[in-house]
Design a protein around this ligand. Structure first.
Ligand SMILES: NC(=O)c1ccc[n+]([C@@H]2O[C@H](COP(=O)([O-])OP(=O)(O)OC[C@H]3O[C@@H](n4cnc5c(N)ncnc54)[C@H](O)[C@@H]3O)[C@@H](O)[C@H]2O)c1
Length: 344
């Protein structure tokens, strides 16, 4: 297959590109480099030992998208491009609806015009909001609380409607829990843009001496050690799920009658902030100082996935444990200080 990856130079897109190439498919990548660097394209090619076709383009440029899709001759789309931070989306909802919804509408409209019927979309566990029951299954209510989560739910809804309207269209929304880690080669990984919003990238910057101390947002939650619990999953496991998802949409072997489906991608196991910190201390062999500050508004105490549907429908299971995730994340951070500096 020839597969279009939007957001190809981003954290998850770059890992997925390596796995898609390893599976023998060709990659056509799009990214506007608003939150990634072009060097990652070369890192993908070095890691996979193969070239990709790359277009620097903002998906909000409808004519540009039309032009690429008219000539790219692709069989399927993996749509990663977008912004991903809850706090930023609360402060600037227009930016989120523009980058996550407008861009997706442009992409899907052009895909429809050119008969590209197989779509895999990067969704998020944020669509569940403050989940009332754990673990979260795909039948849990969709009730996002942030503009970011709402944009993901809107695009999922659009995909479901498209599948209903057109018999040939099949779409799978993959709801990632908390991807961390990096490719074991140390060549690709997460390059935080400015101050990291997520726990592990921040911890890694404390470990490497770029930041002095980690602020833990609250230790008075109703959890065993009082800190929030999340379902961390290795980015390579997430990337591999996309190769399986491509096969599944190709065979229409999932989802509802209309050809739309959604799957949780997590390990099914929650880890607290303090557990992650301990795993990072073990992986980095650095002390990583922390202090406890007030809770951050909007943080749920606990969320973790029931990943059994992805196991049943894709044959996918997360393979990596927390210490390996932290060790791989550290390996990339330590080896790429220069690339990280160029992004901040
Ligand atoms: N990383 C996570 O924790 C996480 C969790 C759940 C869901 N997701 C979703 O997965 C997807 C990929 O996440 P990521 O961690 O790789 O993020 P990322 O920021 O590393 O990558 C996103 C990429 O999209 C590009 N991009 C953004 N807007 C664009 C536009 N209008 N046109 C073209 N390119 C554009 C950016 O330059 C960047 O390279 C996102 O949609 C995100 O919402 C991520």
């Amino acid at each position: 297959m020839r597969v279009l990856l939007t957001g190809v130079t981003g954290y998850i897109g770059s890992h997925a590109a390596v796995e898609v190439l390893a599976a023998g498919h060709d990659v056509v990548g799009i990214d506007d480099l608003s939150a990634s660097i072009i060097d990652t394209r070369h890192a993908i090619e070095r890691t996979a030992g193969r070239k990709i076709e790359f277009h620097e383009l903002d998906l909000r440029d409808a004519k540009g998208v039309e032009c690429i899709l008219a000539h790219a001759d692709v069989d399927a789309i993996l749509h990663f491009a977008g912004r991903k931070f809850v706090g930023e989306s609360v402060a600037d909802p227009i930016r989120y609806y523009s980058r996550n919804v407008t861009a997706s509408v442009n992409l899907l409209a052009a895909a429809e015009r050119h008969g590209i019927n197989n779509i895999v979309f990067s969704s998020s566990c944020t669509v569940y909001g403050d989940a009332a029951e754990l673990p979260v299954t795909e039948h849990s209510p969709i009730s996002p609380v942030s503009p970011y989560g709402k944009t993901k739910a809107v695009v999922e809804g659009l995909l479901e409607d498209l599948c209903h309207a057109q018999e040939a269209t099949r779409a799978l929304a993959l709801r990632y829990f908390n991807p961390i880690g990096a490719h074991p080669s140390g060549l690709i990984g997460e390059i935080p843009w400015g101050t990291p919003n997520n726990l592990v990238p921040y911890v890694m910057q404390v470990a490497s001496g770029q930041r002095a101390v980690l602020s833990v947002f609250g230790d008075d939650y109703d959890t065993p050690d009082g800190t929030c619990i999340r379902d961390y999953v290795h980015v390579v496991d997430i990337a591999k799920a996309h190769v399986l998802a491509l096969d599944a949409v190709g065979r229409n072997q999932f989802g509802n009658r209309d050809g739309f489906g959604a799957l949780n991608l997590g390990t099914g196991q929650g880890h607290s902030v303090l557990e992650v910190l301990d795993a990072c201390r073990a992986a980095t062999r650095r002390p990583i100082p922390h202090h406890v500050v007030a809770r951050r508004p909007g943080d749920a105490a606990v969320i973790y996935a029931d990943p059994s549907r992805a196991a049943n429908e894709l044959g996918w299971r997360a393979q990596h444990d927390l210490v390996t995730m932290c060790a791989d994340h550290w390996n990339f951070t330590r080896n790429n200080a220069e690339r990280q500096a160029s992004a901040s």
